[in-house]
Design a protein around this ligand. Structure first.
Ligand SMILES: Cc1cc2nc3c(=O)[nH]c(=O)nc-3n(C[C@H](O)[C@H](O)[C@H](O)COP(=O)(O)OP(=O)(O)OC[C@H]3O[C@@H](n4cnc5c(N)ncnc54)[C@H](O)[C@@H]3O)c2cc1C
Length: 649
């Protein structure tokens, strides 16, 4: 972690200096007439976006929520490894690792062929395959995840707090103006003003307002899909049991009493149970059954037999039907008008896709949506990119949502399907185990692969880094920081700050990195020169890092090019953290692990949301310039500022 860049400040280094002139936000604060971004909903999607935007006082952000305050328990709990990697970029990955339950193994229990009325463990699978990610798969209460985002917002320069007790009821987009074209009608839901409405105007509105989204409705979207007519219950409980695997994740299929999923939780005592309840008739709603936590406990006890379950406290419970649905409207631009209009309204999270709870994707995919949208909005609002960049949100996330709903649909059906006689007597491999193993990458959130577009090159030299798939997230690996011999993960230099990363991996000729750095810092065609503004640090838009194959003892930091030891911040202090080496001590060589060409080296361009945008030879400066020219807008007087910063280095 780097701080004191702008001078020494005592106390919490995460607490950033407050920006001047910001609107005090929070419950019961007066509302503004205009705002740049209005976010509807304080679920994981809304808060993940708010936490990114809150870091930028150059534009105004507001987030409204009908509830009187943050939720305290319940809802989702699965944090897949991709979300954990994202949390690392937000700065709270280590905290979640410390607090959460880590899913190391998943167990499968089925009827005992010798005694089918009782269950028996039939399989054990390592939950996350080796080196799939440096981060674990964890389970933690959704409310705590919300709290971590809220803390980041509170400590950001804008000190952003949700405006609680307010909901979006409708909106209208005026396509004839660029000045705050979205008129939003809000309604107070709490206190003396409950039921009163007011309006404000926004440049952008993001509907992260859940499955019954008013924002989606206002832009003419519908959730289309099916319900599986299967009632499932979920309960978070404090209980004793003689079931031996209670501190592991378990999928339990009984002979005739249905299925059960056990998910241990943070803290060592709490666990969650998903219990299959009755099949519903095609036109029946689960609410009609009047099922309660008592029904759930009784069903769990029957499924777990002969093991016992003694429930001491039901912390939270809920009963629902599985629905797999997707919307046709991720933004407000009608099909066929994308060339003439750019989006002003977006939907994200459950507002645009719903799926079964048990694959644990809801919270993860919702945050994935707004991690994709966040940097794009920041780029446009800061004038770094044209508003047409915002079309890529729908293009990328709608395709991911479609894949999610499809895979989840299969998963839910396999989980609820009765066991075949061959599965029961163990002569045939259980479908559920096969499916679980085959879908490891998907469940981890790592199957996301964006198609070629202006922000994901179709011409990448995949052969130069065979283990870093273009369009997928940058796969971290261990390195040693050259300046202080710190062993660390290279991917952890990426923060959720809207900046691009360019990793230059040296080949046999280490000077190629020096030549690239020189070109990046001085050439008028360089994206660093073209897109960095006069008043900005040289790494404000593109953060360049280099990796060398030598050990840190062999690296001469004194001879590093100025771009790799730039002076930044109010005091012009030198940054010593841009240069890395292979971790020879551990034997985990990032070149071998990620298939990086040791002779030629390469540069890997990584988007602000950690996805790989391009892979190029170190001397492919023209192609690099062309790629960024297709995305970013030139900064005024960029050359002067960069040259000045480097001259001081
Ligand atoms: C009751 C419930 C139980 C759930 N149980 C599970 C579970 O057991 N396991 C699991 O994996 N997932 C569960 N989920 C789903 C999981 O929580 C979601 O997939 C995930 O939270 C999606 O995040 P989101 O931010 O898109 O939406 P949500 O988390 O639904 O957040 C939407 C937010 O928008 C607010 N809102 C609603 N209307 C408006 C409006 N008009 N204007 C402004 N704000 C509005 C809501 O109050 C809410 O805070 C549950 C969800 C709910 C609602």
């Amino acid at each position: 972690m780097q701080y004191y860049q702008n001078g020494f400040r005592a106390g919490d280094p995460d607490l950033k200096p407050a920006a001047e002139g910001i609107r005090p936000t929070g419950a019961d604060r007066p509302l503004p007439d205009k705002v740049d971004v209005l976010i509807a909903g304080c679920g994981p999607a809304g808060l993940c976006l708010a936490a990114q935007l809150a870091e930028h006082p150059e534009f105004t952000t507001m987030i409204v929520e009908p509830k009187p305050g943050p939720i305290e328990k319940g809802q989702a709990d699965g944090v897949n490894v991709r979300s954990m990697e994202m949390f690392q970029a937000f700065g709270f990955g280590e905290q979640v690792k410390r607090e959460a339950y880590w899913v190391n193994q998943s167990n499968f229990w089925m009827p005992d062929p010798e005694n089918p009325e009782a269950i028996k463990r039939v399989g054990r699978v390592q939950d996350v395959a080796d080196d799939l990610s440096e981060m674990p798969h964890t389970l933690m209460n959704q409310a705590r995840i919300h709290e971590l985002f809220l803390t980041n917002m509170r400590k950001s320069p804008t000190r952003l707090e949700p405006d609680y007790g307010i909901k979006v009821i409708d909106l209208d987009v005026d396509t004839t103006t660029e000045d705050h074209p979205v008129t939003v009608t809000l309604e107070y839901t709490e206190g003396e003003r409950a039921g009163q409405t007011t309006t404000l105007r926004a440049n952008y509105v993001v509907g992260a307002d859940g499955a019954r989204s008013n924002v989606r409705r206002a832009i003419g979207g519908k959730l289309e899909g099916d319900a599986a007519h299967q009632a499932w219950g979920v309960m978070d409980i404090l209980a004793n049991t003689d079931f031996p695997d209670v501190r592991m994740k378990n999928l339990i299929a009984s002979k005739s009493e249905g299925n059960l999923l056990i998910l241990p939780r943070e803290g060592g005592y709490l666990f969650r149970m998903y219990v299959e309840l009755d099949k519903l008739n095609p036109d029946e709603r689960v609410s009609a059954r009047n099922l309660t936590d008592t029904d759930m406990i009784a069903a769990a006890q029957r499924i777990m037999a002969p093991y016992t379950l003694d429930v001491k406290d039901v912390v939270w419970w809920s009963i629902y039907e599985i629905g797999h649905r997707l919307t046709d409207k991720f933004d407000d631009v009608p099909e066929g008008e994308t060339a003439s209009r750019t989006p002003r309204v977006f939907t994200a999270g459950d507002a645009c896709h719903t799926h079964s709870r048990k694959a644990g994707q809801g919270m993860n995919v919702s945050m994935g949506d707004t991690f994709n949208l966040g940097w794009k909005l920041i780029s446009v609002l800061k004038g770094r990119a044209d508003a047409s960049l915002l079309h890529s949100y729908t293009a990328e996330r709608r395709e991911e949502a479609r894949r999610l709903v499809e895979t989840d649909h299969k998963w839910a059906r396999i989980m609820s399907a009765p066991l075949t006689p061959a599965e029961l007597n163990g002569t045939e491999e259980r479908r559920i185990i096969k499916h679980f193993i085959a879908n490891g990458e998907f469940t981890a959130g790592l199957a996301v692969k964006y198609d070629p577009s202006a922000i994901t090159s179709a011409d990448a030299r995949q052969d130069l880094a065979t283990g870093q798939d273009i369009g997928k997230r940058f796969h971290s690996a261990p390195v040693v920081r050259a300046s202080d011999a710190m062993e660390m993960q290279l991917g952890h230099v990426a923060e959720a700050d809207g900046r691009w990363r360019l990793y230059a991996f040296a080949g046999k000729d280490a000077d190629a990195v020096h030549r690239l750095a020189e070109w990046l810092a001085t050439d008028s065609a360089s994206p660093v020169v073209r897109f960095t503004r006069p008043d900005e640090d040289i790494d404000a838009v593109i953060d360049v890092r280099a990796v060398f194959q030598e050990s840190f003892e062999e690296i001469d930091m004194g001879k590093m090019p100025a771009l790799l030891k730039p002076t930044t911040g109010a005091l012009g202090l030198q940054d010593h953290e841009k240069v890395f080496c292979v971790d020879h001590k551990s034997g985990q060589n990032i070149y071998d692990m990620r298939g990086i060409d040791k002779d030629q080296g390469c540069m890997i361009v990584v988007r602000p949301d950690q996805y790989i945008a391009h892979i190029l030879p170190l001397d492919a400066t023209d192609a690099l310039a062309e790629f960024f020219d297709g995305i970013l807008l030139p900064a005024k007087d960029g050359l002067g500022s960069v040259t000045k910063t480097l001259a001081e280095a």
